[in-house]
Design a protein around this ligand. Structure first.
Ligand code: ME8
Length: 513
């Protein structure tokens, strides 16, 4: 079985500081990376910044700073955010790095060699905000201003010499590929959008610009810079040392397991990128997943709309793990979702503090009071204990499959239901009434401790810091976290001392409480 897993986030534009939408994609990617890692996979996890093009050049001009200096500063805030979000990315790529430039120019040469690139002239609409070309049918006029219908960004007229990529040539091969690889574009609702776009006919794509210079030069024609999307998409392989395809990184991790992106950039990833790869005879990524948007009110949160939520503000107020938990649980994965402080506070109070935190504290206190602070011995599992323990064991492969289908909603619901069942189990079994049936009391405590261990492991990809704190009860460290151990009902060593831990989550005082 292939035990290598390669996940990527989009590389973000450092035109302004990161916002909640960026944090969302990165946290979700980290969730998958962490899950795969505890399930024994060798994980490569890439994120970074997309620094070329007119959008960045103009943003730097507006600030009156040199473009690279401007990128250095903002790219650094994205790198810092990765740390603040506790991401386990294994690399952070900037498209202004030399390793990337070499890779892009090599890819360009391959495309040219295979006769997929030719010189002509582009006359049409361009959105600098989206760094995208639009046809007449894709734009509308609002108050005398031409805008993209899909993104509502302003477009401007471009009329200049340009290199073109023979995208039209790849229309049929792409449709064939989508058909033969039904999971390539996910979720399914978005796949149909892409297929109808391709079926409606692909025109050749302009892949160079002549009227500005902030980009990677076209080899052998320094008057042109390479179109920023051809440049940016290549990051996924330049970080694996492409063009050195015999390099260990490339051999181990290409094709990528999944490119996780927002639905706004699906066309670039599900049409242009696979076409570039087909044309350069490279394997295609296994999956493109276009998640929904974090909305602010009813609108997509974005810098141009001025409705940005700052992840740092929320983290300072509530802490990182509550934010991670909230984004993973409350934004139904694949769909759009709203952020509300009220729902975030509910998550903290009810799921994290009441259901998880309390379970830990109750069981620890009971173990100290009745079992001398030790994992009890003389265990004899009964039907009711095995029922709850087997619930993990019998669902292990199902959980793995759900993760491979990006069904985060299943994963989190499984945890929420199990937490409910676990609290109910402890209440129903009434160990405090079993002080003379010592074997029964011990078995209930043992089972409860095992459940806490298992749930904490499942929570690790979502709320890593809190999960590690909870696992301190058993003296377990990050390296001990293995998903496969959820199968084992007798993992905890009888007679070994457990540890008291601090309160995991402070409840938020609500005004109407
Ligand atoms: O598009 N809700 O960069 P970008 C959810 N550089 N996710 C959001 C979001 C929101 N409101 N806003 C942004 C680019 N995102 C290109 C990508 S990849 C080769 C090049 C997330 O800074 C989401 O993942 O505009 C979206 O696709 C990405 O940030 C766009 O970031």
């Amino acid at each position: 079985m292939d035990k290598n897993f390669y996940i990527t986030t989009p590389i973000y534009y450092p035109s302004a500081k990161p916002h909640m939408g960026h944090a969302y994609s990165s946290i979700i990617a980290d969730f998958f990376a962490r899950f795969k890692r505890i399930d024994g996979f060798n994980v490569n996890f890439l994120t970074g910044t997309d620094e070329h093009g007119l959008k960045i050049q103009r943003a730097a001009e507006k600030k009156g700073i040199g473009t690279l200096k401007f990128c250095d500063e903002i790219s650094e805030t994205f790198r810092e955010l990765s740390k603040i979000l506790n991401l386990t990315n294994t690399d952070f790529i900037r498209t202004t790095e030399e390793r990337h430039k070499l890779s892009v120019q090599h890819l360009w040469n391959e495309l040219e060699k295979n006769d997929d690139i030719y010189l002509s002239k582009y006359s049409g609409w361009y959105s600098v905000s989206d760094e995208a070309f639009y046809t007449e049918e894709e734009i509308e006029e609002i108050d005398g201003i031409k805008k993209s219908i899909s993104s509502k960004s302003t477009v401007e007229w471009v009329d200049e010499e340009s290199y073109f990529f023979r995208l039209s040539k790849w229309e049929k091969p792409l449709l064939k590929y989508y058909k033969e690889n039904p999971d390539f574009i996910s979720p399914i609702s978005r796949k149909n959008e892409v297929i109808s776009f391709v079926e409606s006919g692909l025109k050749d794509l302009s892949v160079s610009r002549k009227s500005f210079s902030w980009g990677i030069k076209v080899p052998n024609n320094n008057d042109h810079v390479i179109y920023v999307w051809l440049d940016a998409l290549t990051n996924y392989i330049s970080a694996l040392n492409y063009p050195n395809t015999t390099d260990n990184l490339f051999k181990s991790f290409w094709p990528a397991s999944i490119h996780l992106i927002g639905k706004d950039i699906l066309r670039f990833h599900a049409v242009y990128w696979p076409a570039f790869l087909l044309a350069s005879k490279l394997p295609l990524p296994k999956k493109i997943y276009g998640h929904g948007w974090i909305l602010s009110g009813d609108e997509k949160m974005s810098k141009s709309k001025g409705n940005i939520l700052d992840p740092l503000e929320i983290i300072n107020l509530y802490g990182l793990d509550p934010l991670r938990y909230y984004l993973i649980k409350e934004v139904s994965f694949g769909n759009d979702g709203n952020i509300s402080k009220e729902r975030l506070e509910n998550c903290i109070n009810s799921d994290l503090a009441n259901n998880f935190g309390n379970l830990c504290q109750r069981v620890i206190a009971f173990t100290f009071k009745n079992c001398d602070g030790k994992v009890p011995d003389k265990i004899d599992f009964q039907k009711e204990d095995l029922k709850i323990l087997n619930n993990f064991k019998s669902n292990l492969d199902k959980i793995r499959k759900k993760i491979d289908n990006q069904d985060i909603n299943f994963y989190i619901n499984f945890i929420v239901d199990t937490l409910f069942e676990s609290n109910k189990y402890f209440n129903d079994q009434e160990p405090w009434k079993k002080k003379i049936e010592i074997e029964r009391l011990n078995t209930i405590v043992y089972t409860s401790l095992e459940i806490i261990r298992k749930i904490s492991i499942m929570l690790y990809p979502i709320i890593p810091q809190s999960s590690l704190k909870a696992l301190k009860i058993f003296g377990l460290k990050e390296n001990d976290i293995k998903f496969s151990t959820l199968e084992n009902h007798n993992y905890l060593v009888e007679g070994r001392s457990i540890n008291k831990i601090d309160i995991l989550f402070q409840k938020i005082e609500k005004k109407d409480d």
